[in-house]
Design a protein around this ligand. Sequence first.
Ligand code: CO8
Length: 260
Amino acid sequence: MSYELIQTRTESNERIGVITLNRPQQLNALNDQLMDELGLALKAFDADDKVGCIILTGSERAFAAGADIAAMQKLSFVDAYKGNFITRNWETIRSIRKPVIAAVSGFALGGGCELAMMCDFIIAADNAKFGQPEIKLGIIPGAGGTQRLPRAVGKAKAMDMILTGRMMDAQEAERAGLVSRVVPVQDLMGEALKAAEAICSFGQVAVMAAKECVNRAFESALSDGVMHERRLFNALFATADQKEGMDAFLNKRPAQFANR
Ligand code: CO8
C-alpha cells in the first residue's frame, strides 16, 4: 500500500510498525486524507500477526501542528456536523489493540496533541512542545483534548493550557504526567524502538490484555475495572506464554514467548 501524506516501514524483523506523518510544508497539519491514510496504516499493522507494537511519529520540527486550519476555515456547522467531522476518521486509533507509542518531536498542538494523547504513551524529544491552542482560533479542542488532557495532567493544568492556549515544553509535560519520558531529540527514534522491542519480546496476548485493562481504568468504575482485570488475569493462565514465562523464571533462563 502506498500513501502520500504518511510513510510506513517496519523495524526489528518486521515486529515493529513505524508510521511517520509526512506533510512537512504544513508542519504535518492533519487533514482528512492524512487521517484516512493513518487509519488504514494503523489497521494494517494491527492486523499483521508479525507486528507486536506500532510507533507513530512526525518530523523533528513537528509531530503535528494540529488539524488543518485552511481546510477548516470555511466549514459551516452543517458541513462539520453532517460530515461527521471528527469521528469520521479520528477515532480509528482507539480501536487498535496493539500498543501504539507516540514518539513526539517539535510541535504537538491542537489535534496533534490530541492524536499523541490517543496513543498508549508518549515519548518526547527534549524539543517537544505540547498545547491546545484552539481557543486562539475561536474554537475548542475537538478530538478529545478537553477529556484526555485533564485525565493526563489534572484539571488545573488542563484548564490553564486550554483556556490560555499556552504551550508546555517537554520537561513540564513530563513533570505533569503527559509524557512517560523525555530524551535528547537525536535519541528519540532509538528510545522509541527500544521500548517497542521490549514490548514485542513479551507474550502478545498478555500485552494486549494489559493495554485493554489500563484503558478500562478510564472508562469504568474502579470495581468494574478491577473485576475486568481479574477476569483477564485468570484467562492468561490458559496461554502457553504464562507457562513459559513462569517456567523460565523458575529455571533462571530467558523466556521464549510464542504468543500463544
Ligand atoms: N493547519 C494548517 N497549516 C498549518 C498549521 C495548521 N494547524 N500549522 C502550521 N501550518 C502551516 C503554516 O500556515 C505555514 O504555512 P506557509 O509556509 O504556507 O505559510 C507552515 O505550516 C509553517 O508554519 P509557520 O510559518 O507558522 O511556522 P512557525 O515556526 O512560525 O510557527 C506554529 C509554528 C507555532 C506551530 C504555528 O504554525 C502555529 O501556531 N500553527 C497553528 C497551531 C494551531 O493553532 N493548532 C490547532 C489547530 S485547530 C485543531 O487542531 C482542532 C483539532 C480538532 C480535531 C478534530 C478535527 C478534525
